[in-house]
Design a protein around this ligand. Sequence first.
Ligand SMILES: [Zn+2]
Length: 226
Amino acid sequence: MFPSPNHGDRRGHAPSLVVLHFTQMRDAAAARARLCDPAAQVSAHWLIAEDGTTEQLVCETRRAWHAGAGRWQGHDDINSRSIGIELANPGDRPFPAPQMTALRRLLRAIMTRWTIPPTNVIAHSDMAPGRKIDPGPRLDWEGLSRDDLALFARPDPSDPAPPLPASLDALGYPDDPARLQAFRLRHRPWATGPETDADRRTAARLLRCANTPGGSRLRDGGGAPS
Ligand SMILES: [Zn+2]
């Protein structure tokens, strides 16, 4: 038995996505209390504390209540299709190394258990643009991609820059006016202002990575890992 009562039936779906969150609370203990409070009506399958302590709050075969309204790859009801991981972080600071080590270990186990590819490890902000900003601009997606645990890409200036909407559609982003911001939050968090060729190149390269087996490692021109 796991400590959170906040879960339900998966409605016929098996987990095919992992959604990463930050808790936006003072510390892991406060987050744990809320994620296990029946009155709060929220939960996640896993909570990783700042020091890397990893606790399962909901059985992975059950539908935890972490994602809320949103879409990814044309699907709604993301809760039924996903496993949610909460990283204890108030939202205004880096993720400590022991926490990232624990995240990598947990992702590896979940992705093996449910045969989930790196392309299907997403940010809460990816599926709920404009509504959610977590896990925020400080999460090291590039580091995760180096371990084949998520998708990240740095384009070459010589890469083609096809229209952004088609790339974002194909990557899975919902049709939402805030999706450029959501895309940047994860892939180009320093970018501001109107859409640029760098956005278009990054999205196109991500798409090529997504469509290449082992492609989460494709970067810097597709050469050998540095
Ligand atoms: Zn979240």
